[in-house]
Ligand binder design. Structure first.
Ligand SMILES: Nc1ccn([C@@H]2O[C@H](COP(=O)(O)OP(=O)(O)OP(=O)(O)O)[C@@H](O)[C@H]2O)c(=O)n1
Ligand SMILES: [Ca+2]
Length: 498
């Protein structure tokens, strides 16, 4: 009897092999089941964040949402809801600070409805105030503190996680606007170029982009490291150069020269930036009630604001609010502010979009834009009102000025030309989310954009499951093959023995 014969005759042999095979198979099944369940994306849990944009002209409440387990990936946060606070911006409540906090109630109640109640305590709420509050602080710091206290007090009364109410700086406003548009365009993890950001508000305007030239002034330079890439940004915020303040600056200059000349009585301000036939009685303090202009010693004088509707004269008058004489650097935009040459594509949002979209000027070349605008400005005021019966007359009367201001700011101020005009995209939203500083502000404060690229799984979830399934199937087949091979050789051996 040989050795093989002894093994085959062992009565324990078959049950042991079957038992071992069963244990291995069950083990594999358990292993696959555990790893599949462990790695299964959790049931989509959403997190929320609230940012209040307390602008000079109005306040908006933005609610953002994102899948909890993907918060460090680019482009995952989206705007779930916005609410426009009724009335003017919080800086208009300087004489009645309590009113500022109270004005937020309706929108904050809406936020409570939109966000699931069990998420309220962990939902951060931030308020950032921009140029209107910067101006109020310059004028009357006590009043601006009271307004901020009032909105803070109001926000703390909600079940969310209050994270502060403050006046953000012009640099922050510019930089976070840039982060928002590039995050939403998913530019941040790719080697492709970034999108510059142009923001026009009521009281200030921001320009932010990655320049090709060296940044000569420290104040205009911001560095970020996002997803493992370094970004060296140029940014500047011009206080008083939002469209409402620029209108005051421009009217103030015209008024000063008219009043000095003392041509007519009562004074008539003949304004090329308003439509022919437009005639409105205003008071002098109404134009000069801003720290953007030196006080005029003129009393409550009234004047007639009379429209002329002449685009090129309007542009001439607007040019006077840009000081282009002094530049202590190799090149400047205006008012002695350093600016490298504009480079790359730009997203122009907020009032840049509202105005150019209203006038259907978002997709023409520069020459056609000017022609269309000239025709619009010279249209009689009566006709304009007839054509747009549902638009508030104050807004309607100012579109000729605003669009001329926008062209002058972009061309004479920032030095865009007819060649790179097409690089400016007038946008309101990217995907579901508004372009503006609020999203970038929240991403930054919640650390949702990591400095280094987060580790990514080697293969997508579906691929992983398929791989595990095929791999276990392969092991199973191999085991069966071994088993049958073993059985056959055993039988052959038994036959041989018999
Ligand atoms: N549909 C709209 C909404 C706003 N506006 C005007 O656009 C300007 C700027 O609006 P916005 O960007 O909201 O400015 P704020 O954020 O309020 O001001 P800032 O950023 O300077 O604080 C204001 O003059 C406002 O009257 C407009 O013409 N059409
Ligand atoms: Ca704004």
């Amino acid at each position: 009897m040989d050795e093989q014969g002894v093994k085959v005759k062992n009565p324990w042999h078959r049950p042991v092999v079957i038992f071992l095979a069963a244990v291995i198979i069950v083990g594999i099944i358990i292993m696959v089941a555990i790893s599949v369940v462990q790695n299964k994306p959790l049931h989509q849990k959403y997190k929320y964040g609230i940012v209040l944009d307390a602008g000079s002209s109005h306040t908006s409440v933005f609610i953002y949402e994102w899948p909890a387990e993907k918060e460090n990936n680019t482009g995952m946060v989206r705007q779930k809801h916005t609410c426009n606070v009724q009335g003017k911006g919080i800086s208009s409540y300087s004489a009645n600070p309590q009113g500022a906090g109270a004005s937020l109630q309706l929108c904050m109640e809406e936020a409570k409805q939109k966000i699931p109640a069990h998420r309220h305590p962990e939902t951060p709420v931030y308020l950032g105030a921009t140029a209107g509050m910067r101006l109020l602080r310059m004028e009357n710091e006590e009043a601006s503190d009271k307004v901020l206290d009032s909105v803070a007090h109001s926000l703390k009364s909600y079940p969310f996680s209050y994270q502060g109410a403050r006046i953000i700086s012009g640099q922050e406003e510019g930089a976070f606007g840039w982060i928002t548009v590039n995050y939403l365009s998913k530019n941040l993890r790719k080697p492709t170029g970034t999108l510059g950001a142009l923001d026009l508000g009521g009281a200030s305007t921001q320009i932010t982009f990655v320049p090709q030239q060296n940044i000569e002034s420290y104040d205009n330079s911001i560095d970020f490291r996002l997803y493992g890439n370094d970004y060296h940004l140029y940014t500047h915020s011009f206080l008083c150069y939002g469209q409402d303040q620029a209108l005051k600056l421009s009217m103030g200059k015209k008024l000063e020269s008219t009043l000095k000349a003392d041509e007519t009585d009562p004074t008539e301000l003949r304004d090329p930036c308003f439509h022919p036939g437009y005639n409105f009685t205003r008071t002098v303090p109404n134009v000069f009630n801003t720290p953007c202009m030196k006080e005029m010693k003129l009393a409550n004088e009234t004047f007639f604001h009379v429209g002329l509707g002449n685009w090129s004269q309007c542009q001439q008058s607007i040019r006077k609010v840009f000081n282009t004489i002094n530049c202590p650097y190799s090149r400047c935009s205006f008012n002695g502010v350093f600016q490298p040459s504009v480079y790359g594509d730009f997203g122009a949002f907020s009032a840049f979009f509202f105005v150019m979209d209203f006038l259907n000027l978002t997709s023409d070349n520069l020459a056609t834009t000017k022609q269309k605008l000239a025709a619009y400005c010279s249209t009689p005021w009566k006709k304009i009102v007839e054509n747009h019966p549902n638009i508030k007359e104050k807004y309607l009367s100012e579109y000729c000025f605003s669009a001329t201001y926008i062209l002058t700011l972009l061309e004479d101020g920032y030095k865009f030309t007819s060649n790179n005009w097409k690089d400016i995209r007038f946008i309101k939203k990217i995907g579901d989310s508004d372009a503006g500083w609020t999203l970038g502000y929240m991403l930054n404060l919640t650390n949702m954009i990591p400095a280094e690229a987060p580790d990514t799984s080697l293969m997508p979830y579906g691929g992983y499951v398929t791989f595990m399934f095929l791999f276990s199937l392969l092991i199973l087949v191999l085991l069966l093959l071994v088993y049958f091979y073993f059985r056959r050789s055993t039988r052959t051996a038994q036959k041989d023995i018999i």
